[in-house]
Design a protein around this ligand. Structure first.
Ligand code: AMP
Ligand code: MN
Ligand code: MN
Ligand code: MN
Length: 281
């Protein structure tokens, strides 16, 4: 089994890299990409002892970008985590994350909600996420669920919303390419784009040198998966598969819990990409 999208506690996942890999191994996953938001710290912390003999851990990242005033996530796989251009971009993105958290913290204080800064300071993450701030709001009784924390407080129409000036899609793709990686548009149906806009986005992504589209991921309706597979064929793109695992508590988003690619795009599976490195064994 293969899972090309997952998170550790270096961004907004719950598990350490070691525990994520242990869980993946238990679920029979042989190829696991760790793709934290704007961070490759998990990969810097891994040692050979962390990785079972029959598993490959793929160096990955999920970069936040801005396109048409929306946040679009671009996954990079098989990246060189030492690449200086990549490191510089991730540093800038993390600084934007810290700035946004500070802005939100100030807005919260004005509403009488204190303690965000010290809450965040205790976390093991390198990339601060709104997901963490949602946890803080829930822990302090200001939201009853993640969904509500986003819709009431942190999302575009939320009262504590603060935006970040993420890099462009073309900059993310160029940087992934500079780091010799493969670039993938993450979870394309989560951006609330109509078909025309999605096509425009993918055309720009392809123009920038992007490779693939996530076609199968957690909780994606089979009809929607088929549409994405059709798009993949039409636009001559590769098809990726990933759970976007964050925490064992969200059981429908567990590692490897994704549908097989539809038959008509099996030949486009990303692991058949000419730049997909062969496994050692
Ligand atoms: P950020 O990258 O800091 O803007 O945070 C976005 C992260 O928050 C995503 O990667 C998800 O893990 C999580 N997230 C975003 N929207 C929601 C939502 N409506 N409900 C639950 N989690 C969400
Ligand atoms: Mn996340
Ligand atoms: Mn994402
Ligand atoms: Mn993700």
């Amino acid at each position: 089994m293969i899972d090309l999208h997952s998170h550790t506690w270096f961004s907004d996942g719950l598990l350490s890299p070691h525990n994520l890999i242990q869980r993946a191994a238990g679920l029979g996953i042989k190829e696991l990409a760790i793709t934290d938001h704007d961070s490759v710290a998990a990969h810097r912390h891994l040692t050979e002892q962390d990785i079972p003999d029959d598993m490959r851990v793929i160096a990955g990242v999920e970069i936040s970008t801005l396109w048409d005033n929306r946040e679009i996530h671009i996954v990079g796989l098989f990246i060189d985590i030492e690449n200086v251009q990549l490191s510089a971009l991730l540093q800038r993105q993390q600084a934007k994350r810290r700035q946004r958290a500070q802005d939100i913290g100030l807005k919260l204080e004005k509403a009488g909600i204190t303690g965000l800064e010290s809450y965040l300071a205790e976390l093991p993450c390198e990339a601060i996420s709104r997901n963490h701030i949602a946890d803080f709001l829930i822990a302090h009784g200001h939201a009853s669920s993640k969904q509500q924390a986003f819709s009431k407080h942190l999302g575009k129409r939320g009262r504590f919303h603060s935006s970040a000036d993420w890099c462009s899609i073309s900059e993310a793709v160029a940087t992934i390419k500079a780091a010799r990686g493969i670039a993938v548009v993450a979870h394309p149906d989560r951006y609330k784009l109509n078909r025309v806009k999605l096509r425009r986005l993918l055309a720009e992504f392809n123009e920038a040198g992007g490779d693939a589209l996530e076609v199968s991921y957690s909780n994606l309706h089979p009809d929607k998966m088929k549409n994405l597979a059709d798009l993949c064929c039409e636009l001559d793109m590769w098809a990726s598969v990933g759970s976007d695992f964050h925490t064992p508590h969200t059981t429908w988003m567990d590692l490897g819990r994704v549908r097989k690619l539809p038959a008509h795009c099996e030949t486009r599976a990303l692991w058949l990409h000419p730049h997909w490195p062969a496994t050692a064994s």
